[in-house]
Design a binder for this molecule. Structure first.
Ligand SMILES: Cc1cc2nc3c(=O)[nH]c(=O)nc-3n(C[C@H](O)[C@H](O)[C@H](O)COP(=O)(O)OP(=O)(O)OC[C@H]3O[C@@H](n4cnc5c(N)ncnc54)[C@H](O)[C@@H]3O)c2cc1C
Length: 475
């Protein structure tokens, strides 16, 4: 049957667009989740393997995706969609083998509409490539994630991604006008041409964040903006995290509309801010920024500084704020990003302003008291009218050598920290998604309401071929 199915897939997308080569299967067996990285690192000495697909398929448009999904349904073969493979949750790993469906041939910019201020684009495009084209015309999506160079637009939609400028421009889900989606059974659908209607539930929102479990998003129309006349930043040190959180909350509540606020805990200030920016200070480092017309930005900066001054701050000035902006991606790449042999994880959580500090403290206590071999650091990356996102991390410098023991320790920290966060009012993820990493905790997060998601899955994907084992949906 293997050769017969291979032929059907080649017939659907062209012989050159299907691979069964081991080297390709290996390349598509590892994303940025710590566990497959660790498996890869130790497979020579230990009996561990990585999940591999049987076929890597590269469809060129929705029609070809439809053909692939029909074949997969016919033989009940799992299909895992792969964008850039930059996800940190194991979402794109083909854990039950079958077909890896790579979207990167669907990478055309179909239309830039400067009257409606939208761009229609294939979801397999690397986000940076789209930005280069838009920016050459003085335009931008204003989605500015650290993985812009290695993630696809479809990956961001599937994972509900968030960029640095989220406080003003929103998350990817706020930037979508409409989408083309291939359903698991092969039908191609379009959502309504505009996102603000009174025509029932919003189909866009059904597929955003569905992590390849409800279909393949093949095309999207995104909102775009003119590049701002100016961008200004300013940095401060606050005596402690609580003061910084209060300042951030006031910048939002007093409607100043910052494009960026980033606040680092005292220990992350001591560690990463010192290492990446060379600022050696005691306290909590905060940077905020505004963009737009120069005079308006000047006014916003003036009122924002007044808040920081009122709460008591050490003003580091504009240049150390700009320094952060110019180095904003550095934090997430070597040598500053944690890497093997260390064991680490980003305990991404989000909560209301009333709960967010408790969430930070609850996870800190669990990590530091139950896991003395681990360090805990955190910063607050994304700010909403009602609360903020916490990018907390645990780091173990010398985890167990045995990969099974290492995985047990890694997963135990995740369980205990996330359960503590949920008890304190946190939600387990804001922009990294669920994937394989957090699948087991998702039904716990939703409680009874999870049945709705399970029922949706059943009606969209009766043979459960799309990304089985992810998003808490089992097999
Ligand atoms: C250095 C670094 C920095 C990062 N910084 C950020 C950041 O600032 N903000 C942020 O949000 N994330 C960040 N991430 C995480 C990651 O880039 C995002 O999760 C991104 O959305 C993944 O996109 P991808 O194309 O690589 O998706 P993949 O990893 O290939 O896939 C992720 C999931 O989406 C599904 N999927 C992919 N494409 C489609 C599609 N077209 N239709 C349906 N399902 C699909 C896959 O099946 C999988 O479940 C970072 C990652 C790295 C490595």
């Amino acid at each position: 049957m293997f050769d017969m199915i291979l032929f059907e897939l080649q017939d659907a997308v062209g012989q050159d667009n299907v691979s069964t080569r081991t080297s390709d299967k290996e390349a598509y067996s590892i994303d940025y989740f710590w566990v497959p990285e660790m498996w890869h690192d130790r497979q020579a000495d230990w009996n561990v393997t990585r999940p591999m697909a049987d076929f890597i398929v590269h469809p060129g448009d929705a029609g070809e995706v439809s053909k692939v999904l029909k074949i997969a349904n016919n033989y009940k073969i799992p299909v895992t969609t792969w964008g850039g493979g930059s996800g940190s949750q194991g979402g794109a790993l083909p854990v039950f083998g079958g077909i890896t469906l790579d979207t990167k041939r669907m990478n055309r910019i179909h239309k830039i509409d400067e009257s409606s201020m939208t761009v229609e684009v294939g979801t397999g495009i690397i986000h940076q490539t789209l930005e280069w084209e838009l920016e050459s015309k003085g335009l931008s999506t204003m989605h500015d994630p650290a993985s812009s160079r290695c993630a696809t637009v479809g990956g961001f939609i599937a994972h509900r991604g968030t960029g640095v400028l989220s406080t003003k421009y929103g998350k990817i889900e706020d930037m979508i006008v409409n989408m083309e989606v291939v359903l698991p059974t092969g039908e191609i659908i379009d959502t309504l041409p505009v996102p603000k209607t009174a025509c029932g539930p919003d189909l866009n929102q059904l597929f955003i964040g569905s992590e390849g479990t409800l279909g393949v998003i093949t095309k999207v129309t995104l909102i775009i903006h003119r590049l701002p006349e100016c961008r200004r930043f300013r940095a401060f040190i606050f005596k402690d995290l609580s003061t910084g959180l209060r300042v951030g909350q006031r910048l939002i509540a007093e409607n100043l509309q910052p494009s960026v606020i980033r606040l680092y805990s005292e220990n992350e200030t001591k560690d990463l801010i010192k290492r990446v920016l060379g600022i050696d200070k005691v306290g909590a480092y905060m940077v905020y920024g505004f963009d737009g017309k120069e005079e308006m930005v000047d006014m916003q900066m003036k009122y924002a500084k007044a808040i920081a001054d009122e709460e008591g701050s050490e003003d580091l000035g504009a240049s150390l704020g700009e320094e952060w902006w110019n180095n904003r991606y550095k934090f997430f790449f070597p040598p500053h990003m944690y890497s093997l042999p260390k064991c680490f994880g980003t305990l991404d959580t989000v909560a209301t302003f009333s709960n967010i500090e408790n969430v930070y403290n609850a996870m800190k206590e669990v990590v530091e008291t139950q896991y003395p071999m681990a360090r805990y650091i955190g910063h607050f990356s994304h700010w909403f009218p009602w609360g903020a996102m916490l990018y907390a991390r645990f780091i173990i410098d010398t985890p167990p050598e045995d990969p099974h023991e290492a995985l047990f320790l890694h997963n135990s920290i995740w369980n205990d920290a996330i359960r503590a966060a949920m008890s304190a009012g946190g939600v387990l993820n804001e922009h990294h998604g669920i994937g394989l990493k957090l699948s087991r905790l998702t039904p716990e997060l939703y409680g009874n309401a999870f049945q709705i998601i399970k029922n949706l899955k059943k009606s969209f994907d009766p043979n459960n071929i799309m990304n089985p084992g992810k998003l808490g949906l089992g097999v």
